[in-house]
Design a protein around this ligand. Structure first.
Ligand SMILES: [Zn+2]
Length: 383
């Protein structure tokens, strides 16, 4: 098929109809069908007569727009000091570039896990973005009163999520499970966030901090590299999501080994690469809800978002479950049940692949994404 018809939809309020495509259903499987987009939403079959452009989409695989529930759209370097060297103008251009790559990868919504401000989000070029603005980390471990103030500051700055660093990351080496906050501080963050009506996303590899986060009411645990069976059961009971970031550690490990990142990061990254697939399978066994997150934060990582779906599949997640984690699962986590599904009346966020996205090698090849629509507008076209 050509994308002339799709390109027409960009300016044409008459909408578009893609026929004979493989369409992802709400059960995570594909069926041959027709997708209609009109007035920014998906249409029903009886809207067909009202649509101007009809395209034979034989050979195309259509999915809802993917949701990256953990990315850092404004980040382009591993070190905070390197990131801070960028001027506001440079940051704006970083966001434009990263957003373009993210959209081209088939991601139409993100939850930013720190770095993206309300001002910078205006540069995201149509990408839907939920913001945490800035994370609460070691510098904030100064008691409950300070944390209540910080949560309020973030709410005032436009955060729709509160992001908490509850353990270290690859930079923490052996001490990666050491809690950043004590149990009372974590509880104080959650109480203040609930008061401001903001859900909390908690970076935790494992250990006590992960348990405290779940007990405090975290909406999602990020990474969860060393999550235990008991913690998985607690997450399932509490309805908390886990957002594993399996691919990123393989990327960090490769960079640490090649010298592109400091070699001191290699041991913890290797530990994550070894343990993470097991953690993901533990979550599945316990019935924990998964959402896709990448933790992309380097210019070389933005745009490779669907590598994470490939990594989940290779970690043992069934393909349908992985595709749902990347679409409807992320939408549920974000409180946007209208996203992540191709359903009449839902916003027409659509990704068109020219190959079967159930195959990891297709997910790892952004050139297989030939068109991406947000609200029925063509925002990316292969080309
Ligand atoms: Zn992150």
């Amino acid at each position: 098929m050509t994308w002339d018809a799709a390109a027409g939809a960009r300016h044409d309020p008459e909408g578009a109809q893609l026929e004979n495509a493989q369409v992802l259903g709400t059960d995570g499987t594909f069926r041959t069908g027709t997708v209609i987009m009109k007035d920014g939403v998906f249409g029903a079959d009886d809207d067909s007569g009202a649509v101007a452009h009809r395209t034979d989409a034989t050979g195309m695989w259509l999915t809802p727009g993917f949701i990256d529930a953990h990315t850092h759209l404004a980040w382009q370097a591993f070190d905070a000091a390197d990131r801070e060297r960028h001027s506001p103008e440079e940051q704006a251009s970083d966001v434009r570039l990263n957003a373009g790559r993210t959209l081209a990868a088939g991601v139409t919504s993100i939850r930013d896990a720190s770095g993206l401000t309300v001002t910078l989000a205006q540069e995201a070029g149509g990408l839907r973005a939920a913001l945490s603005v800035q994370l609460l980390g070691p510098a904030d471990a100064r008691g409950a009163a300070h944390l209540r103030g910080r949560v309020q500051q973030l709410a005032d700055a436009g955060a729709s999520w509160i992001k908490v660093l509850a353990t270290g990351g690859v930079g923490a080496g052996e001490r990666v499970l050491d809690p950043v906050f004590d149990a009372l501080e974590l509880k104080a963050i959650h109480v203040a966030a609930a008061h401001a009506n903001l859900p909390v996303m908690v970076h935790a590899w494992g250990g006590d901090a992960l348990t405290w986060a779940l007990e405090s009411g975290a909406a999602s645990i990020e990474h969860a590299v060393l999550i235990s069976d008991e913690q998985c059961r607690l997450a399932a009971d509490r309805g908390a999501f886990v957002v594993p970031t399996v691919w990123i550690y393989t990327d960090v490990l490769a960079m640490a080994e090649s010298g592109a990142l400091p070699s001191v990061l290699a041991p913890a990254a290797r530990r994550a690469v070894e343990a993470h697939p097991l953690a993901v399978r533990r979550c599945l066994e316990a019935g924990v809800q998964l959402a896709m997150g990448t933790d992309a934060g380097l210019d070389t990582q933005h745009g490779r978002n669907l590598h994470e779906l490939a990594a989940l599949i290779e970690a043992g997640v069934p393909v349908d479950t992985a595709l749902l984690a990347g679409t409807a699962g992320g939408a549920r986590l974000l409180g946007r049940r209208d996203l992540g599904v191709i359903r009449p009346g839902a916003p027409a966020d659509l990704v068109c692949f020219n190959a079967d996205p159930r195959r990891p090698e297709v997910l790892r090849d952004p050139s297989r994404v030939v068109a991406v629509f947000v609200r029925g507008q063509l925002l990316h076209q292969a080309g």
